[in-house]
Write a protein that binds this ligand. Structure first.
Ligand code: CTP
Ligand SMILES: C[C@](O)(CO)[C@H](O)COP(=O)(O)O
Length: 256
């Protein structure tokens, strides 16, 4: 029995706006995909990492793992081509996992500062019997549902949403491997089209009627999407005093 991770790095990073795919963009001198892979390996609970990358850049990504392992560790890495959507990229990663893997964590290279403690918390919750587990943080802004914007760009407020049971979901998301394989198979017809593909793997599990569980997330697991996110992450890695987001070991609660 082995736990393994699919690390998604096949996106282009359009909103970040660099000339290279986002996974190759450096944060304080180190590519995002390498930082993310190390965070997974340092958790100490994963037997392998499959990295999904843009097909045209597979050789470049492979040079980051010259020994076929996450550098500085003995965790094996496989680099495989991803697909046109995140969902398709995860499916490609799942197909490359060894048959003995029974627990899968799916993680975004874009969340490259995720601490190993969060990886262990998610993996441990799956091992403890929760077949689908996502880390999440409470929503802190006031949230409003709005209607269609007018020609001046202003949109009418339709309602103010009760935020008490809203959560912002992060990665890694952890799954019983058979459940995640089945959920991706059931949702495969959506994978090629960005308009209908799911934005996270838990969404596919929900669609097949299985319960997804939430564990406390961590502010360090922020997603680098825009130049501002990269600037913030740079400040965070240079400031060892940055506070952690949440305790890691609270009991899972059902997803609302
Ligand atoms: N076809 C895709 C699209 C996204 N991803 C991965 O999914 C994660 C979350 O996606 P996002 O941060 O939105 O990355 P991009 O799609 O690269 O960003 P953008 O939409 O700005 O191009 C990233 O690690 C990204 O590499 C992927 O593996 N395959
Ligand atoms: C998986 C994810 O990071 C959870 O928040 C998120 O859904 C990815 O979304 P994106 O649209 O691919 O950025």
């Amino acid at each position: 029995m082995t736990s393994a991770a699919v690390l998604t790095a096949a996106g282009s990073g359009t909103r970040l706006g660099h000339a290279v795919p986002k996974g190759l963009v450096e944060l304080d001198g180190e590519p995002l995909v390498l930082r993310a892979a190390r965070g997974l390996a340092d958790a100490g609970c994963l037997g392998a990492v499959v990295v999904t990358v843009p097909a045209a850049e597979a050789a470049t990504f492979a040079t980051l793992f010259p020994a076929g392992t996450v550098p500085g560790t003995d965790v094996p890495v496989r680099v495989v081509p991803g697909g046109p959507t995140r969902q398709a990229s995860v499916a490609a990663g799942l197909a490359a996992l060894d048959p003995d893997v029974d627990v899968v964590l799916v993680h975004d290279a874009a969340r490259c500062l995720t601490p190993p403690s969060l990886v262990r918390a998610v993996e441990g919750a799956v091992r403890a019997g929760h077949r689908a587990v996502v880390p999440a943080l409470p929503v802190t802004d006031t949230v409003k549902r709005v209607g269609t914007a007018g020609v001046d760009g202003a949109a009418p407020v339709v309602a103010t949403v009760d935020r008490s049971d809203l959560r912002a979901v992060q990665t890694p998301q952890g799954f019983d491997r058979a459940l995640l394989d089945a959920a991706h198979a059931a949702g495969a017809h959506r994978a090629a089209d960005e308009a209908v593909a799911v934005s996270d793997d838990a969404g596919l599990v929900e669609a097949v009627g299985e319960r997804v569980w939430v564990v406390p997330g961590d502010e360090r697991a922020l997603k680098i999407t825009t130049p501002r996110d990269l600037a913030l992450a740079t400040l965070l890695v240079r400031d060892a005093g940055v506070p952690s987001g949440a305790a890691d070991d609270r009991a899972p609660v059902p997803r609302a």
